[in-house]
Every structure is written in structure tokens, then in C-alpha cells.
Design a binder for this molecule. Structure first.
Ligand code: CS2
Length: 490
């Protein structure tokens, strides 16, 4: 039975509103699993409470696979919430169309310039912004950005689509939509604003001024763990649901969305669906990027080098779990601006470790390890900078970065090789294998300024600590090197 013809079903939430009445109030750039398990669920709930303005037009900017999977099932899909107690299913109806940008960029621009569209949200991952991760500046030499600057009516990049659509809205006398980034970037709204203005200034200074004056780019902190869907997941959903879903999304019970209340026009009442609307997101974002994403990446690299496959496997190793917990307490929490009491931080930490232990998610370390060059600046290096400025230890944080440098060798401690998935993979792997000694490898890797900027390579404490840890990890393995680190501390 197809998903679209599915009726009511025990312990499955299905849309109870008339999807054909929905207006295309939101265009979502990036149709990946994270959006569909996170923001789309909040919007689905807002629609279910009666506000029909917020149908989502989803846009795949690159691959056809998600659109090809969802369109035949009327863009319905299943969110599968899993934990040790089993699974709960929620069929989401908020997605009313799925477009493939390379196939029909005009249809995407038409959706973004529709007067009923008030929000353009984007989840394109850290590498989808065409920016330099260390400086957050727009890379005018980025292939997609360079293309879009000379092909305005057939953009490839999210930034190119946003600027072109805003130009068309301005020309038509329409107000701008609000641009809502849902990616793990520091000050994601402000960062996106800067990239949009830089692109607009390169094409039309008056447009840039209009966007600067009337545009809205709220910051938002997004949090939900969403492992990649497997064919076994699809088979499990078909059995549970009694209907085929070509692309269900798997996730955990936890979900959090903290959004700055800065919109150019109307928005869904996401707060009625569990989101938090605030005047200042930074404290929440800082905590999430550093406590969750920083330890996630640390676990991914150290665990993958040891030879673990999933997050729950890695965190089950008490030596890694203790290292991660100590890194949070000793080196990350002191840098947080979130005014949490010590008991509040302890609760945040223990909830995080419990989320990692979720045995039902089977979240692959290699999925998290992807795109380290785009992730580490905000997940680990920003924290290291704060610690260095404070004259405080960043020993564990540097150990985690050394774990990434060792990971870039492309094989684990048993010699099992793996693909490095990263926009800078070639440069990084070459640097990581450029020398037989740690000092040479560190020097070659720190020369990748898009990641490390200009300050860290010149910081003697950082370089020597990183080199020491990389040497220990390479010579003795992660576990022995970690033991040496712990013994230094006692
Ligand atoms: C993960 C994130 O893949 C990764 O880089 O660290 O996707 C993480 O699962 C989410 O940010 C959790 O909110």
C-alpha cells in the first residue's frame, strides 16, 4: 500500500488537516533528512493547529534522489522516533511540493517570489554556504558562487537563489521573505546575512542596500540527531506502517529549536509546537555547537580511528565517555555564555551522554566525521581560541583535534581504510601524509588557512600541544595516548 493512501493507523500520527488547502508559505532549500525530522515537524504541528499558510515547498539543490523518492508519494514521509523503548511514527504532511533546482531553477525562483512565501529556510550543511569556514567570508571564487554571479536566472547555490529571488521581489514591489538558516554555523542568521549582502553587492549595490534595510536573517539553534536512513530502516517502516515509504527519516525523541524573533513578515507559531522564541540565540547556540557538536566530532574521530562504527559503540567505551565528559567539564563549559547553573550544566551534560547512548539510532561515526574542515572551526577551534585567550588549558580539545588529524590519514588502527568525505579532502589527506613525523604533519595541516585561520598556526602552545598529542596517538594509539593524557592530569 502506498503512503498516500494510508488511513488511520494505530500509534502512528497522520495528517488530519486537508493538505490541498495549504498555501506555499515556506520554501525550504535543502531537502535532507535533518530538515524533514526537525523544522518540518514543528511546521507540521503548527499547520495541524489550524494555520494553513505554511505548506513547505522543498528544494533539492543537487541530487534528484530525495525528490524522486518523495514526489511519487505526494511528498508524504514518515518520521521514526527511536529509543530503547521502541519506535513511534509520525507521517508528516507539511511538504506540499518537492523541486529539483538543477532541473528547473525557474520553478524554484517562482516559489520564492510567490507573494504567499514569507519564509525561505535553508539546511544545506556547513559546506553549502560558499564561504570560508575560518573567516565566514563569501568565497567569490567558489565554483557555484562564481557561476551564480554570471548566471543569475539559473543559480546553483542557496545564496545565489536567495539573492536572485530577493531581486525579483524588490522589482515586483514585494517585501522580502525572512531567511532562516537551520545549519550548525555560528550566528547562522548573521553569517547568512553577510554572505547574501556580499553576493548582492557584487551584482547590484542598490539591491544590497534594500536587503540590508528590509531583510531579516534571524539566528537559530537547531538540535536533533538524525542518522542516515538505511534500507533496513525502510523495510522496518513498511512493516510497522503497513505502507511503503521510499524515504522515511530516523531520529531521537529529543528535539530543540531556539529562534530569534526577527522576521520581515508573518511566520508559523512554532512556539506552539515546542520551539523557543528568544531575543538572543547566541548563548543557546554556543552551548549546542560546543557541547554537542564539539564532543560529537571528538567522539567521531577518536572512535573511528580506534575502529568503532557507531556513536553508541564509542560512548560505551568508558575511556572515551570519561574523556568526553571531562572535556565538557574542564574545557568547554567554562567558555559557555549560557547562564546555566552548575546543576543545569550537569543535567545538560548527562542528557547529552544519554542521547549518545541511544542504542536504537546506530548513528555512524563516519557520518559525523564528514566535512571536518567545515565543522571544526565552530565546534572545537573557537573553544580553543577562548581557552588560549584565557590562559587556560585546552589539552583535551587539542587531543580531539589531533584525533581529526590522525583520522585524515584515511585508515583506522587496524589498518582498515575509509574514504574521507570533505570539500578539502585532497588537500587535507596530502598534508596528513606529507611527512613521517607529527611536527611535519601538523605544520602542513595548519597551513590550511580555511580551517585554522592565521592566528592558531602561530600559537606556540597550540602547535606544541597538538604535535605532542598527534605523535602519541600515531605512535601508541588513541587509547594509550589518552591514558598518558589522563596520567599527566593526576
Ligand atoms: C552531527 C550533527 O553529523 C554531524 O556533524 O554532529 O548532525 C548533529 O547530529 C546535530 O547537530 C544534532 O543536533
Amino acid at each position: 500500500m502506498a503512503l498516500a493512501s494510508m488511513g488511520t493507523h494505530q500509534n502512528v500520527i497522520v495528517p488530519r488537516y486537508d493538505r490541498h488547502q495549504l498555501s506555499p508559505g515556506i520554501v525550504q532549500l535543502g531537502l535532507g533528512a535533518f530538515h524533514r525530522a526537525h523544522a518540518a515537524v514543528y511546521t507540521d504541528r503548527a499547520i495541524a493547529s489550524g494555520d494553513q499558510r505554511w505548506g513547505i515547498v522543498g528544494v533539492s539543490l543537487r541530487q534528484a534522489d530525495t525528490r524522486d523518492a518523495l514526489a511519487p508519494q505526494d511528498n508524504l514521509y514518515t518520521v521514526v522516533v527511536r529509543d530503547a523503548d521502541g519506535e513511534r511514527l509520525h507521517v508528516v504532511g507539511a511538504l506540499i511540493a518537492s523541486l529539483l533546482a538543477p532541473e528547473n531553477p525557474q520553478a524554484v525562483l517562482a516559489a520564492m517570489t510567490d507573494p504567499r512565501c514569507h519564509v525561505v529556510s535553508l539546511t544545506v550543511t556547513e559546506k553549502g554556504y560558499g564561504h570560508d569556514p575560518a573567516t565566514r567570508a563569501l568565497r567569490l571564487d567558489h565554483p557555484d558562487i562564481a557561476h551564480d554571479l554570471t548566471h543569475p536566472d539559473a543559480p546553483r547555490s542557496a545564496i545565489g537563489f536567495i539573492v536572485r529571488a530577493l531581486a525579483l521581489r524588490k522589482k515586483a514591489g514585494l517585501p522580502p521573505f525572512t531567511v532562516l538558516s537551520c545549519d550548525n554555523l555560528p550566528s547562522n542568521g548573521l553569517t547568512t546575512r553577510g554572505l547574501v549582502l556580499a553576493f548582492a553587492a557584487a551584482v547590484d549595490s542598490e539591491l544590497a542596500h534594500w536587503i540590508d534595510t528590509h531583510g531579516a536573517f534571524p539566528n537559530a539553534m537547531v538540535d536533533r540527531i538524525v542518522p542516515k536512513t538505511t534500507d533496513d530502516d525502510r523495510a522496518g517502516v513498511a512493516t510497522h506502517l503497513g505502507a511503503d515509504d521510499a524515504w522515511p527519516v530516523m531520529t531521537e525523541p529529543f528535539s530543540q529549536w531556539v529562534i530569534e524573533d526577527r522576521f520581515a513578515g508573518p511566520r508559523p507559531r512554532w512556539e506552539d509546537a515546542g520551539a523557543t522564541i528568544v531575543s538572543e540565540v547566541e548563548p543557546y547556540e554556543n552551548a549546542k555547537l560546543r557541547m554537542l557538536n564539539g564532543t560529537h566530532s571528538s567522539l567521531a574521530y577518536l572512535g573511528a580511528v580506534i575502529g568503532y562504527v557507531t556513536v553508541d559503540e564509542a560512548i560505551a567505551d568508558a575511556r572515551l565517555a570519561n574523556f568526553i565528559a571531562a572535556m565538557m567539564v574542564e574545557e568547554i563549559e567554562p567558555t559557555l555564555s549560557l547562564s546555566l547553573s552548575s546543576s543545569g550544566l550537569a543535567q545538560y551534560r548527562s542528557e547529552l551522554l544519554a542521547r549518545y547512548r541511544n542504542p536504537a539510532l546506530k548513528h555512524k561515526l563516519q557520518q559525523i566525521a564528514m566535512d571536518g574542515s567545515q565543522k571544526l572551526p565552530q565546534r572545537l577551534l573557537g573553544t580553543i581560541r577562548d581557552r588560549l585567550r584565557a590562559g587556560a588549558s585546552c589539552n583535551r580539545l587539542c587531543f580531539a583535534v589531533a584525533g581529526w588529524l590522525r583520522y585524515l590519514a584515511g585508515k583506522d588502527e587496524s589498518g582498515l581504510a575509509y574514504q574521507i568525505s570533505d570539500p578539502l579532502a585532497e588537500v587535507l589527506h596530502a598534508a596528513a601524509t606529507s611527512s613521517s613525523d607529527a611536527a611535519g604533519q601538523v605544520a602542513a595541516l595548519l597551513a590550511v588557512r580555511e580551517v585554522f585561520g592565521d592566528d592558531l598556526p602561530g600559537n606556540r602552545q597550540f602547535v606544541s600541544t597538538l604535535t605532542q598529542h598527534l605523535e602519541n596517538i600515531s605512535k601508541h594509539g588513541v587509547v594509550e595516548a589518552m591514558r598518558a593524557l589522563e596520567s599527566e592530569k593526576t
